[in-house]
Design a protein. Structure first.
Length: 80
């Protein structure tokens, strides 16, 4: 799959066991983003990559805030 150049890579600190739940929550927001199952380790942080179309950053951040009701969600950052 070729990723459009203007796609935003959002990285979220979370537990690996919660990735399927996060993916389901994001899908519930009508496909506003795509949760990758690729993990990035930066020091003590374990980050999952979420591909976000331009213009949907705030909606994805709101979805992540909602996800905090069901799982631990740590640091959220754009790019590495």
């Amino acid at each position: 799959m070729k990723i459009p150049q203007d796609t935003i890579e959002l990285y979220v600190e979370m537990n690996e066991k919660d990735i399927h739940l996060l993916s389901s929550i994001i899908k519930g927001y009508d496909g506003i983003a795509h949760v990758r199952r690729d993990w990035v380790e930066r020091g003590d942080l374990r980050l999952v990559k979420i591909l976000v179309p331009p213009g949907f950053e705030e909606e994805v951040k709101r979805a992540l805030e909602h996800a905090k009701n069901y799982m631990p969600v740590g640091k959220i950052q754009i790019g590495l």
